[in-house]
Design a protein around this ligand. Structure first.
Ligand code: GLY
Length: 384
């Protein structure tokens, strides 16, 4: 790269699953799109994510409008996968075996009853199982498992494959992806957006009619934009990868841990949730907790090999809901703060962001996730 100036219809800051999904959608609609990523595509959260497509997850803490967006995205997933795979030719390892929640004691059982009712109220299939029925469909479960809840509408995707497939799909629809390049400033100059890129000693400019800020946890780290601070912060998640004999067929989970099977006998155990700033080092304690919780329900993993311990930084704002919409600067938009749901929410985020950026109208589905709520919060804080 040299210090030249480039031009695009849309510049996207951040090449994670959200930035790439939006780029693909906009590229398919005929816009010229340039994605600028400070590391490699998917770095930070996307390639670490377990890839569970489970709106049933943490249902108590999720407001109804976010549940609606999650369900909308889950419904879009099969077509999204078909589009991405057929554009770029790479598989995303999409699987539809569902999630099996397991219980080990009376409190777990009450939680599963409650979760089952919520799923049914939403019209989603959910089936309560006895301990014997639960172990019959996943024979390696501990004999201590006394019940289960099978949610067959939950699906999963291999997030690393998804990122690679999205990158390939983006390139096939003409998206330019610049990696290992930071963005230091985004500003409005002469009716257009101007981005200052940063790579080694070079400071090229990128001009665009529109900018989408999709930089994950780095939205407010080393990047100056016209956006007031919205308090984006990283939430560290450690995830242990095991490899060996395939032990389970579907995602297993309880309130402490999730166990995600991938092709070739790989199992992912996730995930810790820690407020440790930008620390990306795995710890003994995080690993110990995940192995212990998972061992309690799946003792056979004792003999598997540890192939990797991965750390991701989930982007979150104070209310842990995504931030999707226009900003208070013309031509500059945001899609971020997806916290634990970036992979699940990628298809609907991409669809509604592309609608917004091409029509100028905020789709009703993402209205609740506008930036205004965070700006109001900041004003209230400042007013004491
Ligand atoms: N999506 C699951 C997690 O963030 O741990």
């Amino acid at each position: 790269m040299t210090n030249e100036s480039r031009l695009a219809d849309v510049a996207i800051v951040g090449g994670g699953v959200i930035g790439l999904s939006c780029a693909f959608e906009l590229g398919r609609r005929g816009r010229s799109v340039t994605v600028v990523e400070r590391e490699e595509v998917g770095f930070g959260a996307s390639t670490v994510a377990a890839g569970m497509l489970t709106p049933s997850f943490e249902v108590e803490l999720t407001p109804p409008e976010l549940v609606e967006l999650q369900l909308d995205s889950l419904r879009r997933y099969p077509q999204f996968i078909t589009d991405v795979e057929s554009a770029g030719g790479l598989s995303c390892e999409y699987r539809d075996e569902g999630t099996l929640w397991v219980s080990r004691h009376r409190d777990d059982e009450l939680e599963l009853d409650h979760l089952c009712q919520i799923q049914k109220d939403r019209g989603l299939p959910a089936k309560r199982l006895t301990g014997r029925e639960t172990r019959a469909i996943e024979p390696y479960l501990s004999p201590r498992v006394i019940g289960g809840l099978l949610v067959e509408s939950d699906h999963q995707v291999n997030s690393r494959k998804l990122v690679a497939a999205l990158e390939a799909a983006c390139l096939c629809v003409g998206v330019e992806i610049i990696t290992k390049t930071g963005v230091s400033t985004v500003q409005r100059v002469g009716g257009r957006a101007e981005l200052t890129l940063q790579r080694d000693d070079e400071r090229p400019l990128l001009h665009a009619d529109q900018v989408l800020l999709a930089a994950g946890v780095w939205l407010e780290e080393g990047l100056v934009t016209p956006l007031p601070r919205i308090g984006m912060r990283p939430i560290k998640g450690q995830i242990v990868h095991l490899k060996g004999q395939p032990l389970v067929n579907r995602v297993l989970r309880n309130s402490d841990v999730y166990i995600v099977p991938r092709a070739g006998g790989e199992l992912l155990l996730g995930a810790t949730e820690e407020e440790q700033g930008f620390d990306m080092e795995p710890t003994a304690g995080g690993t110990l907790d995940l192995l212990r919780y998972a061992f309690e329900i799946l003792p056979g993993l004792y003999d598997l090999y540890v192939s990797e311990i991965d750390v991701g930084l989930r982007p979150a704002v104070t209310d842990h809901q995504p931030v999707i919409g226009p900003t208070n600067t013309e031509g500059i938009f945001i899609a971020g703060g997806h916290y634990r749901g970036g992979v699940l929410l990628a298809p609907s985020t991409a669809h509604f962001v592309a609608e917004l950026m091409t029509t100028g109208r905020v789709p009703a589905e993402v209205e609740p996730f506008g930036i205004e709520r965070l700006l109001l919060e900041r004003q209230q804080e400042a007013a004491g």
